[in-house]
Design a protein around this ligand. Structure first.
Ligand code: FPP
Length: 268
């Protein structure tokens, strides 16, 4: 994962394309030592984006959303963020119309294939969280190949939540722990929060500090239910396909205004 904190001047120097005046002002307002370590995002509003443009097919919104994914991944890398978890496809999304599910799977496959170069250039390591065995085989193959190709990268970890549900993840964790109990490796009375956290899909990423939801809905939608216990939530009205690096900077600045108490008293 990423190393020492960068200065804002270093961030500006490595931001490509060069930041606009507005973006430079946002960057200058940031406190580099208080950047979130792990950011999670619920990428909502693709369908509405398409509808607002009079596009009959919601898929056009998902396609446009890919450009936001690309820019946000790059920006997180430039900022020196350690991990970014993106909610790309939920367990509930399987119930969408069949043509939308197939289009999303095709888009995902295309993204995985097309982005290997960019992920490599930016030293990004790809991992995935979810019931991956439920994905079509060709998508699983592409996913495995991109994960293997980026496995040695030491910068940002991009965690794609695919066929993901927070409750499903907890069920899977409980099953793992129950198997350990059955083998006699774990005493049920001794099960701790650390044991549950350790049985989740990617415990090494740690909990998200900042959860961003685009398109204005005030919902958690079964995302990272265990891990967001103390995440700061920023909801923006911007639809995902319009969410760009200035919006990420603004969300981080909002996060930096929050007083994170973790259930304790301020300053204690
Ligand atoms: C929610 O918008 C978005 C999704 C269900 C899919 C998100 C997928 C992408 C951004 C593209 C694929 C991502 C990767 C990483 C390849 P919605 O369709 O619910 O929008 P609406 O609420 O406006 O209808």
């Amino acid at each position: 994962m990423s190393g020492a904190t960068l200065t804002i001047e270093e961030v500006m120097a490595r931001t490509k394309p060069a930041p606009s005046e507005e973006e430079r002002a946002l960057l200058r307002a940031m406190v580099p030592e208080r950047l979130p370590r792990h950011i999670a995002a619920i990428m909502d509003g693709n369908g509405r984006w398409a509808r607002q443009r009079g596009l009959a097919d919601r898929i056009r919104g998902h396609e446009a959303g890919i450009e936001s994914v690309r820019e946000i991944v790059r920006t997180c890398g430039e900022l020196g963020i350690s991990a970014l978890t993106l909610y790309a496809f939920s367990v509930e999304n399987w119930q969408r119309p069949r043509h939308e599910v197939s289009a999303l799977m095709a888009l995902l496959k295309r993204f995985l294939r097309a982005e290997v170069g960019e992920l490599t250039e930016n030293n990004v390591r790809l991992v995935a969280s979810g019931r991956l065995a439920d994905l079509p085989e060709d998508v699983q193959t592409e996913l495995a190949s991109t994960m293997a190709a980026t496995a040695s990268h030491s910068g940002l970890v991009l965690n794609l939540a695919l066929s993901y549900g927070g409750r499903a993840e907890l069920v899977d964790a409980v099953r793992r722990l129950a198997a350990e109990v059955r083998k006699g490796h774990l005493d049920p009375d001794a099960i701790s929060e650390a044991d549950v956290a350790g049985a989740l899909y990617h415990p090494e990423l740690g909990d998200p500090d900042l959860l961003i939801r685009t398109s204005g809905e005030m919902r958690v939608s079964n995302f990272l239910l265990w891990q967001i216990a103390y995440a700061e939530i920023v909801v923006t009205p911007v639809l995902w396909p319009d969410f760009r690096r200035r919006d990420l900077y603004a969300a981080i600045l909002e996060y930096q205004k929050r007083d994170r108490r973790f259930g304790r008293v301020s300053g204690a």
